[in-house]
Design a protein around this ligand. Structure first.
Ligand SMILES: Cc1ncc(COP(=O)(O)O)c(C=O)c1O
Length: 382
């Protein structure tokens, strides 16, 4: 395979020290992020309190604008938060759950945070409807669509399921939700940076995610996109002084800022926002289409190896349904993953699913081959 992205490898030092196939969990740190973290420290050290008026205070907005093109969002529509869970909590706080429209509909394949968080809204009157999957890999789409009706207020939906890497039919869910007056909160964490995402084209109401994985932005930089026409109307109850139109007046009556500031809480997570931007810039420069093309070729190669070795895959084999990770079903995946790591092949596992491996744009075919051969050797020996 001719690899037009091979040149990016040298920007990610860790890939020269191990076989790094765990970008679905923690993307490799870009060299440029080291400089950004240093710039943060230098600014704090030398500018002190002046840093707030020299860019720190606006970071939630300005860093959101760097990320926005990667997910098809317009400038000024993305705010930055500590993590994706916080971002979803803020969305949930924009609604009331005491009227006839009080249902939150989600599937049992959602990331646990999403389930825990929205179940918490039961104490405010929400009714949570959980739609079961048939196979633990895919959502039963028709069952999900049937569960969304005039009683539904929110549909939290992962574009890519963390457990199986399955790409959900967000378009169909959004269409159904909108036809009955419900809103969709799309969790794009396992999608952004590895499969094309265009929140405007999808016409989704909200999108949330974080930067730890495919965006190579490190922890502490969750994000929230709100559809601009909605953003003008919504008033989150989970709110802090950074959401005030004039925070430095310290008024006790809340006057909401325009978007995206009105979705902010308190002081921005400055060091995380410094470190996150390098990954966004690199992903934007490469372009997600090119990343997706390479990812598909490498995951296909990985799957061919695994099936040839007799393993079952808990990942859709159809390229149109599969995002960036491959889940190989092996007995005792926790122990197998630990042995892979001991042999310097970075992977992880999910109970009941298997060993998760994911090539990203900085990986090579040789690494995929090495990881698969090592996996096979470990399982055979056991
Ligand atoms: C799909 C998905 N949503 C949400 C999360 C959790 O996000 P956070 O820790 O930023 O709240 C994860 C983390 O792995 C995830 O994979």
């Amino acid at each position: 395979m001719h690899d037009s992205l091979a040149g990016w490898r040298s920007e990610f030092p860790i890939v020269e020290t191990c076989t790094y196939l765990v970008s679905h969990s923690l993307g490799a740190m870009p060299r440029a992020a080291v400089q950004n973290v240093q710039a943060y420290a230098d600014t704090w050290l030398t500018r002190g309190v002046r840093a707030w008026s020299e860019g720190w205070w606006e970071l939630g907005h300005t860093v959101g604008d760097i990320l926005a093109p990667v997910i098809g969002a317009p400038a000024g529509s993305v705010s930055m938060h500590q993590n994706a869970t916080v971002a979803q909590g803020i969305v949930g706080s924009c609604f009331s759950y005491d009227g006839p429209r009080r249902r939150i509909v989600l599937t049992d394949l959602e990331f646990p945070s999403n389930i825990y968080l929205f179940q918490g809204f039961r104490r405010y009157g929400a009714e949570v409807v959980t739609v079961p999957s048939d196979d633990g890999i895919r959502t039963n789409l028709q069952r999900l669509l049937d569960a969304i009706d005039e009683r539904t207020i929110l549909v939290p939906l992962s574009l890519v399921l963390f457990r199986s890497s399955y790409i959900q039919d967000a378009r169909a869910v959004i269409r159904k939700a909108h036809s009955v007056g419900a809103h969709v909160v799309l969790d794009i964490y396992q999608a952004a940076g590895v499969i094309p995402v265009d929140v405007q084209e999808l016409q989704v109401d909200f999108a949330v995610g974080g930067s730890v994985k495919w965006l190579c932005g490190g922890p502490g930089a969750g994000y929230l996109y709100v559809r601009p026409d909605l953003a003008r109307r919504l008033e989150p109850a989970w709110v802090g002084w950074a959401a005030h139109a004039e925070p430095f007046t310290f008024e006790t009556n809340l006057r909401y800022a325009a978007a995206p500031e009105r979705f902010q809480s308190g002081t921005p997570n400055v060091p995380a926002l410094y470190s996150a931007r390098a990954g966004y810039e690199i992903v934007a420069e490469i372009g997600v289409d090119a990343i997706r093309a390479k990812s598909l070729a490498l995951t296909r190669r990985m799957m061919d190896h695994a099936t040839a070795a007799g393993f079952r895959l808990n990942t859709p084999s159809d390229d149109r349904e599969r995002a960036g990770a491959v889940i190989v079903d092996v007995p005792d995946p926790g122990a197998v993953a630990a042995e892979l790591i001991r042999r310097n092949v970075m992977v992880d596992f999910r109970p009941g699913a298997g060993v998760r491996m994911a090539p990203h744009f900085y990986n090579t075919e040789a690494e995929v081959d090495h990881a698969c051969a090592t996996l096979e050797a470990i399982v055979t020996a056991r």
